[in-house]
Ligand binder design. Structure first.
Ligand code: HEM
Length: 458
């Protein structure tokens, strides 16, 4: 057969396929993205690639059960859901069927190794138990509070104060990124990178962390995973950058582990009182291997830094859009702190219910984790009737969920009673930072920053 006949046969086959699929196959559900034979939803996906969050949200809003399925050439079939019952099913009821899965853990494996954020099954469970245990410890909460305290008083507030007095604009997003990084390193590693202190030299570790996160995220966005795998095997381009960045992160963390062990040994020999409460010291005390400790603390830095800084940034942005909300917040802060010589501390923040509602509302509309995916181990049916096939990616979508009128009865901001408060349901795999101390403490963190800076700037 010559080339012309081969092409003609292929075209005829494709035409036949189109006719069959048009007349015989059931039409795709009306609420999903437009699909075409063979290529699936590749075209609308490509057209909307710069606005995936809003596109997915509009697809979910037109779906009767806030769920749709998207398949496109070269990508895995993906179920996207903002349906609370489905989400409870994925994260709790049928949790064992929805691990993060190899496609996810491969992407982050170089950076996170086998740390909690990047593991499944028994390995995850063991770390989860450990982390839950550590996070319930009062000493770790105290460390978090004191890290927030000194970072806010010693660095954030002075930077903002001088900007206020000089009437100089500041990049709040960048400041909060630095703030969150310092705090998370204090509690995870027991060291202070001083990222927010511009008078200190920048640590290579900080830049390495940024570079490694960026390249790892880019791996996830590659249309076909073979692209980054080949680049890694050849050690070229962004993959080479990742290798170098991970190398310097490991070097930095390994060095801290080594020095901390020496400190602990000195203490054991009775020469000096060390008494550290950070996660790293507690993991060393628990007798874990150096590699396990390294991966665990890197997971914590990764999990805690961008989430907290994104929440802080969106919180300040949201409140600045609503002068009446801002006024009410200031009134609450003044009232609660009046009896405490204007000091915003952990206890006074517990009394600030309006502040808490505003933080919840911010995270409803601008969740720091906009989506999170698992991969089905076996066929399943979600509570709304959506069929899941073995190997499917199942994505729950907090960004869209926070914007479903069918769930909230509104789409815009409301910090009234109950506004934005998260579900109280226990989940199989949820944020261990958020749930025990940290959802409290990261909110308190926002509160620390909020209360103190606003006092000064107003
Ligand atoms: C506003 C701030 C935060 C938000 C919105 C947030 C959200 C989340 C989400 C959605 C997950 C995914 C759970 C999953 O893997 O399915 C997660 C996991 C995790 N978060 Fe957070 N997080 C925040 C702050 C923090 C902080 C400050 C820490 C550490 C001190 C932290 C530590 C972790 C850890 C260790 C995990 C992995 C838990 C596991 O796999 O069992 N997070 N977080």
């Amino acid at each position: 057969m010559d080339l012309f006949s081969a092409i003609l046969s292929l075209l005829s086959l494709y035409l036949l396929f189109l006719i069959i699929s048009h007349f015989i196959l059931p039409p795709p559900p009306p609420h999903g993205p437009k699909t075409h034979p063979v290529i699936g939803s590749l075209i609308p996906f490509y057209e909307n690639r710069h606005r995936l969050l809003d596109w997915y949200t509009s697809l979910l809003a037109t779906s009767p059960t806030q769920t749709f399925v998207i398949g496109r050439l070269g990508a895995r079939r993906t179920v996207v859901t903002a349906n609370p019952k489905n989400i409870e099913h994925i994260l709790k009821t049928n949790f064992p069927n929805y691990p993060k899965g190899k496609p996810f853990t491969d992407i982050l494996g170089d950076l996170l190794g086998r740390g909690i954020f990047n593991s499944d099954g028994d390995l995850w469970l063991a770390q989860r138990k450990l982390a839950s245990h550590e996070f319930t410890a009062r000493s770790l909460r105290d460390l978090l509070v004191s890290a927030l305290d000194s970072e806010a008083d010693g660095r954030l507030v002075p930077v903002l104060t001088s900007a206020c007095s000089e009437r100089r604009a500041v990049d709040l997003q960048d400041l909060f990124r630095r703030f969150a990084f310092d705090v998370i390193c204090n509690i995870s590693l027991g060291t202070d990178p001083g990222f927010l202190d511009v008078s200190l030299p920048e640590l290579p570790f900080v830049n390495a962390f940024d570079a490694a996160s960026m390249v790892s995220a880019r791996r996830g966005a590659e249309p076909v995973s073979a692209v980054w795998r080949v680049k890694r095997a050849l050690g070229v381009g962004s993959e080479r950058q990742l290798e170098e960045a991970v190398g310097s992160i490991h070097e930095y963390v390994n060095d801290i582990i080594k020095r901390r062990k020496e400190e602990i040994n000195v203490k054991a020999a009775g020469e000096k009182e060390v008494g550290r409460n950070d996660l790293l010291s507690r993991l060393i005390a628990g007798g874990n291997s150096d590699e396990a400790i390294r991966d665990m603390v890197i997971s914590f830095v990764m999990a805690g830094r961008d989430t907290s800084s994104a929440a802080l940034t969106w919180f300040f942005w949201s409140v600045s859009c609503y002068p009446d909300v801002e006024a009410e917040l200031l009134t609450e802060i003044m009232q609660v702190t009046r009896s405490k010589e204007r000091r915003v501390d952990y206890e006074s923040l517990r009394e600030m219910k309006y502040l808490e509602a505003c933080l919840c509302e911010t995270m409803r509309l601008f969740p720091p984790v906009v989506w999170d995916s698992k991969h089905a181990d076996n066929d399943d049916v979600l509570p709304d009737g959506t069929r899941v096939r073995k190997g499917d990616r199942v994505t729950y979508f907090p960004y869209g969920m926070g914007r479903m009128e069918s769930i909230w009865g509104r789409t815009g901001w409301s910090s009234g009673p109950g506004g934005g408060c998260p579900s109280k349901k226990e989940k199989g795999r949820s944020c261990c930072g958020c749930r025990r101390t940290s959802i409290q403490c990261s909110k308190r963190g926002l509160g620390f920053a909020w209360g103190r800076t606003w006092h000064l700037c107003k």
